[in-house]
Structures are given as structure tokens and as C-alpha cells.
Design a protein around this ligand. Structure first.
Ligand code: JDQ
Length: 228
């Protein structure tokens, strides 16, 4: 898979060189390319922002650098999804990550200031599939942090990226409930004990306890995930 990111802060994406994603890129499963939007400006100050028509506070990203960047990055055949990270988008879910893991190329358009001129979204829609996606219901200062989280969630679903295939198998079993609590050695630590059932060797009993824990935890912190 190829993933491009367009940003005025390319250094954010250095985080993806660490660990999991670093391995994916070494193995050439993931071709990640980060583009500095200011490379597509021509004035002395590399201007990417301007004031909004109609008035209002703050600045917007002007369309011309985005147009040049997209023209350089998008494929001729249109087989690509452009993601505008935005607080106004559909919410990113595990199912979104799973869908996007099947794409040939994804371009993350990372805005700053108060966002990007709408015509950039409209233009991209004539050249590729386009989605506006929100990481969650909170406002970040720009799209980079949201894009990095999405890239990590997508890339770990590409076959060959995760060393431990079992981790993914077990996750896919997890029926929409939260995870059960997990423990490792020592069995007694600072006066806190591992639940006795996990030391029992009774695998049916352990499976039942874990399921009960999942349901109880989900009811307590995420009742919206439970069926009525
Ligand atoms: C941008 C901003 C006030 C936008 C500029 C571009 N889930 C999520 N939260 N925030 C974002 C995504 C996000 C994405 C792109 C962004 C925020 N901002 C800042 C500030 C209104 C709109």
C-alpha cells in the first residue's frame, strides 16, 4: 500500500518511523511519503493561508498549493482515496480502518488554521474517492495527529505488518465488547493478587470469567456498545 500525507508539519510523521510501522516500511509492505505543502508555493514567505470570504475569525488554507500537491501525488487512474481529516467528518472506526486497509493508495490531506478552502475537497472528488473523517469528537489544532492515528490503525491491518498474527485473530473475535483485564507474573505484586480463576488451569471457567468481565466492563464504561 502507498500512503501519502500532505502537511505543513512533515516532522509529525517521524513518529511513524518507530517500531511497528518502521518494520512495515523496511519490509516494503508500506510505501509512506510525506509532502511539505510549502514546496508547492512560490512567494518569498511560502504562504499557505488567507482570510475567509464572508468574514469571520481566523485563517483558511488557500487552494493553489493543494491543487499542485494533489496533481503531483494522485494517480492518473483515480484508484485512490483522499482523506481530509476534519472535526466535521464521519467518525473513524475500526471498520473504517479495515475498509481502508484494502486501498492501493491513500492520501491524507492535513489542514491547519481553521481548515481548507472547500474547493480543494471538490477538486479532489473529481480525481479520486474522497472522505472527510474525524478521529473523534474533540478539536485538534490540525489534521496531523488524527492522520497519524488513522495510519497506524490502517497499517497494522495490512497482512505481514504485525509479527503476531494471533493478536489480530483474537481481536476479530471480540464481538464488539471491550477487552477483559489481563495479568502476567508475578501472581502477587505489592499486595495485589491475580484473580484465582486465571491460575486454576480450567480453560472453560477462564473463558466464562473473561466474557463476564467484558460484559460488565462494557456495561459500566461503554453501554452504547451493548445490544438492547
Ligand atoms: C484540521 C480547526 C477549529 C478546525 C484545522 C484543520 N477529530 C479531529 N479533531 N480535530 C480535527 C480532527 C482537525 C482536523 C483538521 C483541524 C482539526 N483544524 C483545526 C479548529 C475549527 C476547525
Amino acid at each position: 500500500m502507498r500512503i501519502d500525507a500532505i502537511t505543513i508539519f512533515p516532522d509529525y510523521f517521524n513518529a511513524l518511523d518507530i517500531s511497528l510501522l518502521g518494520k512495515a516500511r523496511e519490509k516494503q509492505i508500506l510505501d509512506m511519503r510525506v509532502h511539505d505543502l510549502r514546496k508547492f508555493t512560490f512567494d518569498k514567505h511560502k504562504t499557505v493561508d488567507d482570510s475567509p470570504y464572508g468574514g469571520g475569525a481566523g485563517m483558511l488554507m488557500k487552494p493553489e498549493p493543494w491543487g499542485l500537491a494533489l496533481d503531483e501525488i494522485l494517480p492518473e487512474d483515480g484508484d485512490c482515496t483522499v482523506i481530509f481529516t476534519s472535526p466535521a467528518g464521519e467518525q473513524f472506526k475500526q471498520a473504517t480502518a479495515a475498509e481502508l486497509a484494502n486501498e492501493k493508495q491513500i492520501v491524507f490531506a492535513c489542514g491547519r488554521y481553521e481548515g481548507i478552502d472547500q474547493r480543494v475537497v471538490d477538486y479532489a472528488s473529481t480525481k479520486a474517492k474522497v472522505r472527510l473523517i474525524s478521529l473523534g469528537d474533540y478539536v485538534l489544532n490540525g489534521g496531523e495527529v488524527a492522520a497519524i492515528a488513522m495510519i497506524e490503525a490502517i497499517a497494522r491491518l495490512i497482512p505481514g505488518v504485525i509479527g503476531n498474527a494471533e493478536s489480530l485473530v483474537e481481536e476479530s473475535h471480540s464481538d464488539g465488547l471491550l477487552e477483559y483485564p489481563s495479568y502476567t507474573k508475578p501472581s502477587s505484586w505489592r499486595g495485589l493478587e491475580v484473580p484465582q480463576v486465571l491460575l486454576s488451569g480450567n480453560h472453560a471457567l477462564i473463558a466464562q470469567w473473561r466474557k463476564d468481565q467484558q460484559i460488565e466492563r462494557t456495561r459500566r464504561v461503554r453501554p452504547d456498545l451493548l445490544p438492547e
